[in-house]
Design a protein around this ligand. Structure first.
Ligand code: ATP
Ligand code: MG
Length: 175
């Protein structure tokens, strides 16, 4: 029988209160850009996208990533942007704390070490708020959101008729 594979990625997940606030901001941006709003509970910031991984590799993956030590950090979500190439309206930070790209790089290094190289573009921290968004003429003015990041998660993505459904498989605390 064929091994099951899982579609996996690593991410930062906002607490419900922050997610609710960001979801409201997405609603304001939606009035300008249209498109599809990410559901509140699916809002996240991807650290590294792994893709399909054979079920049998999960224990090793959990052990390897679970050994990683990294500091907690704060970030200011203070800028909205639109990417023409994929029609995404995103929320990001003008001044990312160094600990954030460092965490993403450490994860990539650990994954590569166990033969799971992360493909894809360079890490650009962003949270997708809208998909299929039109180019905005004007973006909402908003109060920056302060995000105290204390943990990161391994997530399984499953395709469903209403979009991707995300299931957390493991959560690791930052120091
Ligand atoms: P859908 O594909 O149904 O539109 P999605 O993109 O949110 O939903 P996934 O494709 O499983 O779901 O992706 C999970 C996360 O990983 C998302 O944040 C997505 O932007 C990111 N991601 C997906 N593919 C890549 C890739 N090749 N490189 C970098 N990040 C990726
Ligand atoms: Mg996708």
């Amino acid at each position: 029988m064929a091994e099951q594979s899982r579609r996996l990625f690593l991410a930062l997940w906002p607490e419900p209160a922050l997610a609710e606030r960001l979801h409201q901001l997405a609603g304001e941006a939606h009035r300008e850009c249209g498109g599809r709003i990410m559901r509140r509970e699916t809002l996240h910031l991807t650290l590294a996208f792994i893709g399909a991984v054979g079920e049998e590799r999960l224990p090793e993956l959990l052990t390897t990533l679970g050994r990683l030590r990294a500091p907690r950090f704060r970030m200011q979500l203070d800028v909205l942007g639109h990417w023409a190439h994929n029609h995404i309206l995103w929320l990001g930070c003008t001044d990312a704390p160094p600990a954030l790209p460092q965490l993403a790089a450490d994860i990539r290094r650990e994954l590569a070490a166990i033969g799971l190289p992360v493909s894809g573009p360079e890490f650009v921290p962003h949270m997708t708020l809208l998909r299929k968004a039109h180019v905005p003429r004007e973006l909402p003015v908003f109060e920056p959101a302060d995000w105290a990041v204390a943990e990161w998660v391994l997530v399984e993505s499953r395709m469903t008729p209403h979009g991707a459904d995300y299931q957390p498989l493991a959560t690791w605390a930052l120091d």
